[in-house]
Design a protein around this ligand. Structure first.
Ligand code: PMM
Length: 286
């Protein structure tokens, strides 16, 4: 049977691509902002995600949508820590989606077992050291700069090798700061300093990441490249974010079929089935 854990310590071994359910405790995330700001409701939603098949619940307190402004540290802590604690107490495997070392540390103290940093350790000079001390798995996403100006940073000659190389260099940087290389998960960062063609090119070429020898997480959920693909042919209007879940499930199948370690999604039900289908096909390939 295929082993998908890649030696990550502190995590279960899944025989398929894992499903990471998204829990944004924010007023302004692009597709679910404002839905789960109350900690009690957020914990309930996290439990529902787990019940529907999320292997991991990713808790975030700061929106990273294009143009988003930073949230004060105290506000981010107040949003996420009670939710992480509430879910961890009930046995949910929680990851913390943050660019701040202090939030990562507080979340790990509250029971988070993965740190997911969309800046890959670049936004906060203390992040890699904090993760190194905690010893938990670290999601290192490709990032070129803050959300407020990231669309202007989407300039590539050959996006796939450039993104892989930049993540490779950042992997070396975080390891130099104390992160165990065997605990790193890499992520192409769909939608972050990427044009829509860049997103498709990256989704189509997940095998390129084998050069780094690390598990790959992909976050396609409800993103704009799907909204554009499915735009109304008559008006050109983008498919609304909450009507992109079927397309998200399709991207999850494609990612899982290419050997992704995990997919990060808002609506887990169809995706939980989809990754099992992809695993069955992979097991039957010659
Ligand atoms: N995308 C978003 C937030 N966090 N984390 C990782 N590792 N990869 C992603 O692609 C990613 C992320 C933005 O989406 P959201 O606002 O719907 O959570």
């Amino acid at each position: 049977m295929e082993r998908q854990n890649h030696g990550l310590r502190g995590l279960p071994v899944w025989d398929r691509c894992a499903v990471m359910g998204i829990l944004n405790v924010t007023p302004d995330s692009f597709s679910d902002g404002g839905s789960w700001l109350d900690p009690g409701r957020a914990v309930e939603h996290g439990l529902a995600l787990a019940a529907r098949g999320a292997d991991i619940v990713d808790v975030g307190g700061e929106s990273t949508r294009p143009g988003a402004r930073r949230v004060p540290l105290a506000e981010e802590l107040a949003r996420v820590v009670p939710v992480v604690r509430g879910l961890a107490r009930q046995g949910v495997l929680v990851s913390i989606d943050t660019m701040r070392a202090e939030v990562a540390e507080a979340a790990v103290d509250a029971g988070a077992r993965i740190v997911n940093d969309v800046s890959g350790g670049r936004a906060d000079a203390g992040m890699a050291k904090a993760v190194g001390r905690a010893g938990v798995p670290f999601v290192l996403m490709h990032w070129r700069g803050p959300s407020a100006g990231m669309d202007e940073l989407a300039r590539y000659r050959d996006v796939v090798p450039e993104v892989v190389a930049e993540v490779g260099r950042q992997l070396e940087a975080v390891v130099a700061d104390g992160v165990d290389p065997d605990q790193v998960i890499v992520d192409p960062g769909l939608g972050f300093a990427k044009s829509r063609p860049d997103d498709w090119a990256l989704l189509a070429a997940l095998d390129a990441w084998s050069a780094l020898g690390r598990p790959v997480l992909v976050g396609p959920s409800r993103k704009r490249f799907l909204g554009e693909l499915l735009a109304d042919p008559a008006t050109g209007e983008l498919r609304p974010a909450r009507q992109r879940d079927d397309a998200t499930a399709a991207t999850a199948v494609l990612a899982a079929a290419q050997g992704a370690w995990a997919v990060r999604v808002h609506e887990v039900g169809a995706v939980a089935d989809a990754v099992r289908v992809a695993a069955a096909v992979r097991r039957n390939r010659n």
